[in-house]
Design a protein around this ligand. Sequence first.
Ligand SMILES: *Cc1c(COP(=O)(O)O)cnc(C)c1O
Length: 341
Amino acid sequence: MRLVLDGAALVANWRALDRLSGNASAGAAVKADGYGLGAADVVTRLSAAGCRDFFVAHWAEAKALAGLVDPARIAVLHGIAPGEEALALAVGAVPVLNSADQIARWRSVGGGTCHVMIDSGMGRLGIDWRDDVAGLCAGLDIDLCMSHLASADEDSAQNETQRQRFDQVRSGVNARRYSLANSAGIGLGRDYHLDCTRPGLALYGGVPCAALADVIRPVMRIETRVLQVRQMQAGDSIGYGATFTAPAAMRTATLALGYADGFKRALSGIGGFTHNGTRLPLLGRVSMDLTCIDISAAPTLREGDWIAAELDLRQVEAATGISQYEWLTQIGRRFDRVWVD
Ligand SMILES: *Cc1c(COP(=O)(O)O)cnc(C)c1O
């Protein structure tokens, strides 16, 4: 099994997002191992293309990348928990301080440059925009002062509300740069771009909003091999629960790919593969390591042949209700990750 990763498409997506960010420069969210694709390869390629700001969630993620890029350009979104001070200082990445406690902790170790997160309505992480943000931040050496949009991928009044709250608060915060937009936020226009944008999903081929539909290229393709070709008779069933029964004699193929690889069971009955441009529908349930398909339309397909899964992120999100973020970040660990370009 291989995950074929298109490095040129990754770079083209970053360049497109950087261009759409106007005067702001686009960074890259590379948390969760670069949304499942492999953070080290993503960071290497994007930093060669000119990307300067990388965002991870955990210190361990920052540590894993620190040899590839100046750690001062790696922001740790979870900030600094009790006991993480020594690791943080050793790694040299920059914490995103999310609370008064985190700020106090950073000050107590003489931490130096930091970022701060203002919660303008996400209700998750960050200093509440109604708190004394200016007072809490006074005297800190702040690079990025940021906030995060809750509904950027929707046409929601919340976007403008959050933008105004952030505008109001950040005027009292002395930072080198200000940042609000994720991928979908870039599509909301110049008022949201400020100095730095933080796309993740769209770098990897996800399309969170119509404004990005025409510019984002797919980056990831799943390919696997035919393990066995079968000749089924009318009445034979396939897989767990025998949910598919052959209506007539048909050729099927069993593929090395299953839900343990992130090829989710939700695709049962709707998923498919393509071989030389022909669509080959999935039959029965997806198993942990195996998937069966109808190859009546591909009579030349043989054991050992490679075949590509049909996995358009927007389509599978619409068909299954499982978000594009989950499709990417839950890709399994058993693939050979093969970068082309
Ligand atoms: C994950 C994350 C991003 C990237 O969001 P996408 O929707 O994937 O573009 C940006 N900012 C913060 C704070 C994040 O946690």
